[in-house]
Each structure stands twice: as structure tokens, then as C-alpha cells.
Design a protein around this ligand. Structure first.
Ligand SMILES: [Zn+2]
Length: 346
């Protein structure tokens, strides 16, 4: 993908937030090859779906409020750049706490060892309890690109959109015991590389939280980890991530189809490296919902062009409603979900 990114946009070569492990040969011909591989992937994943998760949820679907999601987005962007070590990093933490006041909120504070030295980081987790034993995690990253810190970059789509969406989802979860699994919102710090995207210079927050939850046994209770990233693009094209769990992606597509939004999902596919990978490695079913086609040839990604005028409330609504419907499908099919492979606490 490093080569791939250079083909997409020469000037981005030093600042990767995402690692798409596409081989060099595919790099400059991605759309053509991606659609071919998409068909293959779809066939493969339905063949691999271990169980038929075909129970429909009862009652009406739950929806996010797109106006509120959009308001959160504007407020987060107004904070300005939120790279790790900046004033904006502190402010986004305060902002999330102010919006989640009264909710059950925990912090996972740590100091990351980065190519720029030690940087304090904090994940913020909001917990909404349910009646069923088990947890669904919804994730977003809250930081913005570090190498672009001296530009006007605000990460409206890459960082702010999914964070605003999770706040809008929180609005639908609070004030009741959820009828089903608990839902925890993970606002993750340090997704972006400080220098160049590598296994050790990226996804600092999710790596730290996954290690913590493995050590304390939380991981074995997680039924699904659904990550949202760059989901605000007006022209919403969420790709199928080959590093995600096939049956969970199938469920996401089924949720989208139930709501009539399937044309925005999985027209292309490729492997994506993002905050879900430490959870996948731990054996948790994961799905990364990411639109990695942001502007022509992904031209707005990791540039100061990543601004709010490229985004729409409708895209936030589509993403949010599909996530909420996926949660209903997970609950409706709770008895037949494939078991998580996450190890229990020692
Ligand atoms: Zn990024």
C-alpha cells in the first residue's frame, strides 16, 4: 500500500493513516482489480459464513438524528487540529466528556512511545449496559494526522466524522437498559502514524486498549467490534475490508439492504489496516466500515482538503443507521453467532 498511496497521490507518501496491503502490481489499477476481487470476495465470504444468521429483528429500526450528528461534526471540526500532543487533543477529550456527561465513561490513559518521543494519549470508553451477557464495541479514532500538523488540516472526514457519529449513536443508547448486548463506544486515540505507517507507528490507542482488555478478560466478552472511519463523504462508498470478519460484514450488508442503503456498501474491496486489527488478532469478529475513496482517486485523504464541505448529514445517517441495524441483527441472532476466539482471562 505504500506504493499504492504514492500512485494515488505523490505528495502523501510520508503520511499514511491507513495501510492497505495491496500488492504493488495492483496499485495503479485499483478500481478495476478491486471490483474483480470484490466478486471473488463476496462468493468466498458467503461460502465461508459458518452459520445462517437469518433471524430478523422485531420492532422498528433505530435511527440516528442526522442534524445532531452534523452539529457534533461541526463542533469537533471547530476545535481545530487534534493531533497527539496538541491543544486540540486535550480539547477533544474535554468535548467528549461534556457530551457524555451522565453516561458511564472510563478512560484508558497511557504514554505512547513514538518516533517523536513519548506522547500522552487517552482512549475514552462510554458504556451502555444491556440485558444480555456480552458486549458490542463501536470504534472511532479521535486524533488527526500528525505529519500535517503545521498545515490547516482539520480531519473533517478522517477523525471527526466517525467521532460525531458515535456521539449521535450515544444519543440513541442512553437513558435505558438496552434490550440485548451491552454497547460500548470506544473513542480511540493515536490511530494516525506519527511518522510513517508501520506496525509500531500507528493505532497506538487500539493496540493499548486491546492489550488491556486481553489482560483483564474483557476481550472474551466482546461479540463484535465495528469500526467507523471516514464515513462522512457526500459520495459514500464503504468498501469491503478483506481484513474484517466475513460473516460480520455479511451482516452489515444485510442491515444496509434492509434499510435500502446497500448501494453505498461493498462495491469494491481491499484489505485495510486500521484500529480493528488488534481486535481481529485477538480473535474478536471485526468489521471496518471505511470509505477509502474520498474525492477523485482519494485526493482529499490526508490533505488540507479534508474539510466539512465534502461531507453530508445523509452519509452520517446512512452509516449510523446501518450500524444500529447491525446491532439489532446481532441481537436477533445472538443464539447462533459464531463464537469469538478471544481467550478468557488467565
Ligand atoms: Zn488518517
Amino acid at each position: 500500500m505504500r506504493t499504492d498511496a504514492r500512485c494515488l497521490r505523490q505528495q502523501m507518501c510520508r503520511c499514511f493513516a491507513l495501510f492497505l496491503a495491496i500488492v504493488t502490481a495492483l496499485a495503479c489499477n485499483k478500481s478495476k482489480n478491486a471490483s474483480a476481487s470484490s466478486e471473488a470476495q463476496t462468493a468466498q465470504s458467503s461460502a465461508q459464513s459458518p452459520l445462517s444468521l437469518n433471524v430478523d429483528p422485531t420492532g422498528p429500526a433505530t435511527h440516528v438524528d442526522p442534524a445532531r450528528a452534523w452539529q457534533y461534526l461541526k463542533e469537533i471540526v471547530a476545535i481545530g487540529p487534534r493531533w497527539d500532543g496538541s491543544k486540540g487533543q486535550e480539547r477533544i477529550g474535554q468535548y467528549l466528556h461534556s457530551k457524555l456527561k451522565g453516561d458511564q465513561v472510563e478512560e484508558d490513559i497511557f504514554v505512547a512511545d513514538t518516533p517523536a518521543g513519548k506522547i500522552p494519549m487517552r482512549n475514552i470508553i462510554a458504556k451502555f449496559p444491556g440485558t444480555k451477557d456480552g458486549t458490542i464495541i463501536l470504534g472511532t479514532h479521535i486524533d488527526t494526522n500528525y505529519p500535517l500538523r503545521h498545515t490547516s488540516y482539520v480531519g473533517a472526514n478522517d477523525g471527526a466524522s466517525s467521532t460525531a457519529l458515535l456521539l449521535a449513536i450515544a444519543d440513541q443508547l442512553r437513558g435505558k437498559t438496552l434490550d440485548g448486548y451491552s454497547v460500548w463506544l470506544a473513542f480511540l486515540d493515536g490511530e494516525e502514524a506519527i511518522q510513517d505507517w508501520t506496525d509500531t507507528d500507528s493505532i497506538y490507542g487500539s493496540r493499548h486498549l486491546a492489550a488491556k482488555w486481553q489482560a483483564d478478560g474483557t476481550m472474551s466478552k466482546i461479540k463484535a467490534f465495528i469500526l467507523a472511519d471516514m464515513i462522512g463523504d457526500k459520495d459514500l462508498n464503504i468498501r469491503r475490508d478483506d481484513n474484517s470478519t466475513s460473516w460480520l460484514e455479511d451482516l452489515v450488508l444485510r442491515a444496509a439492504t434492509r434499510l435500502g442503503y446497500q448501494s453505498h456498501f461493498f462495491a469494491t474491496s481491499s484489505p485495510v489496516g486500521d484500529d480493528h486489527t488488534p481486535f481481529a488478532a485477538a480473535g474478536v469478529p471485526v468489521a471496518d466500515l471505511i470509505d477509502f475513496d474520498y474525492g477523485y482517486g482519494n485526493a482529499f485523504w490526508h490533505t488540507p482538503e479534508d474539510t466539512i464541505d465534502k461531507l453530508s448529514p445523509t452519509s452520517l445517517q446512512i452509516s449510523g443507521d446501518v450500524i444500529l441495524e447491525t446491532i439489532r441483527l446481532l441481537n436477533a441472532n445472538a443464539d447462533r453467532l459464531p463464537a469469538s476466539n478471544a481467550k478468557k482471562a488467565p
